[in-house]
Design a protein around this ligand. Structure first.
Ligand code: ZN
Length: 428
């Protein structure tokens, strides 16, 4: 392992601060004894205020933008230089863990804190954003914070309502913001060179590899389908086995095929049948109709599409052979987001330096980087979390891993922001 800019002692101190701040933010919740902090709530604004103070203490100029993201800027050598943007989200799911999102914002602040302490200005400015909504807990629509920055809020979002019937527009007003000013949050493409996000892995791969850090290659694309096998209901006692059109038996055959094929196909592809309804649904009736949902995901669109096509073809063949009908309707689709190869290379070098080994992996969960990638190159650094548990109060990371992450993150940020020939092509 080479010498890192941030010493082991400094990293341990900074990591202790990050852990304490994660604990402090976890106290800001709408429910006592558990963490729930949703977009544009009083708790969201209080979290923004704390994070803004910490940014300020790290030498940053701080503002809250027109969609409620908390933003900070650490000026480069030349005032007004384009920025390397770091960030993650400050909103949570209900009864959440304390690291998902917050860890990325607080570690970013520590990297700037270190530069500030060493009175170091780099050719690129460093900006940090704590996104107000990534999870979509309150309004059922996601990535409101990052889509504010990219300037791609669909027109219908302002009318979207929460469970109490409060619209996004009303919630903005209550939070002291103005729905008419949404567009002001959008950043010029030339303002930002690239985006980096540090996040907990939310999966077990790093733990299995016994490494604290991994570099993300892509954020998985996903397709979701409503599927249906239609056969014939009948008496469970009187219809001979050879004459049945059992929709559940067909579905079961298909599900096992899908599990086997997906496993053989590609280690990064996953397929899940998350729901299954059987009708008429009685102990003494042959199932005449089965509804099931299929969720397939993978880091590359083409292999994902090929797998899905094969699974659907097989479902048709199974249905035909058994004298049933099969139909499937896709209702959700998101393409895979590739992480920029130059940013991956910089993160990999930094990770090598900090932990002595590199590991690349795709992200199975969605992140703010999906939206940001529509405008700017993105890179992501994953930190090991206990048993891969997230979206749960048991979510946990080790302070020692956070220290290693800080060493790597600062190294990568310093490397990337030191390149004076700014412009995204430098990272390609
Ligand atoms: Zn997250």
């Amino acid at each position: 392992m080479g010498d890192c800019l941030m010493s082991a002692d400094a990293a341990a101190q900074a990591a202790a601060r990050v852990m304490a701040r994660c604990d402090a933010l976890a106290e800001i919740s709408e429910t006592a004894g558990q963490l729930t902090r949703v977009y544009l709530s009083p708790e969201h604004l209080r979290a923004n205020a704390h994070v803004g103070e910490w940014m300020q203490a790290a030498g940053m100029q701080v503002w809250q933008d027109s969609v409620g993201n908390i933003c900070g800027r650490y000026e480069g050598v030349q005032p007004g230089a384009p920025a390397l943007l770091l960030g993650s989200h400050l909103d949570t799911v209900r009864d959440a863990g304390r690291y998902d999102g917050m860890l990325g914002v607080l570690t970013a602040i520590e990297t700037v804190q270190w530069l500030h302490q060493h009175q170091l200005r780099l050719p690129l400015a460093i900006e940090i954003v704590g996104f107000g909504d990534e999870e979509g807990t309150r309004f059922g629509i996601t990535l409101l914070g990052s889509r504010g920055i990219t300037g791609t809020w669909p027109s219908g979002w302002l009318e979207q309502q929460d469970a109490e019937g409060i619209s996004v527009a009303e919630a903005l007003r209550t939070a002291g913001l103005d729905a008419g000013n949404i567009a002001q949050a959008a950043r010029q493409v030339s303002d930002i060179v690239a985006y980096l996000e540090l996040h907990i892995e939310q999966g077990p791969c790093l733990e299995q590899a016994q490494l604290p850090l991994g570099v993300v290659t892509a954020i998985n694309g996903a397709r979701r389908l409503n599927c249906r096998f239609i056969g014939e209901a009948g008496h469970a006692g009187t219809v001979p086995m050879q004459q049945r059109k059992d929709a559940l038996a067909a579905a079961a055959e298909w599900m096992l095929y899908a599990e086997k094929r997906t496993t053989e196909c590609n280690p990064h592809l996953v397929a899940t049948f998350g729901t299954l309804q059987c009708s008429p649904g009685a102990v003494n009736v042959i199932p005449g109709e089965v509804h099931l949902t299929l969720d397939v995901r993978g880091p590359e669109d083409q292999p994902l599409a090929a797998l899905l096509a094969e699974l659907l073809e097989t479902a048709q063949a199974i249905a035909q052979r058994r004298g049933l009908r099969f139909s499937a309707e896709e209702y959700y689709r998101i393409d895979a987001t590739r992480c920029d190869s130059g940013l991956q290379a910089a993160l990999t070098r930094a990770v090598m330096q900090a932990q002595g080994a590199a590991l690349s992996l795709p992200s199975g969960a969605g992140h703010d980087a999906i939206a940001i990638a529509e405008r700017w190159p993105v890179g992501m650094l994953f930190v090991r979390c206990d048993r891969g548990i997230s979206h749960h109060p048991a979510e946990s990371v080790m302070a020692q891993d956070v220290a290693t992450a800080l060493q790597a993150y600062l190294q990568a940020v310093h490397d990337l922001a030191s390149r004076s020939d700014s412009g995204s092509e430098v990272f390609q």
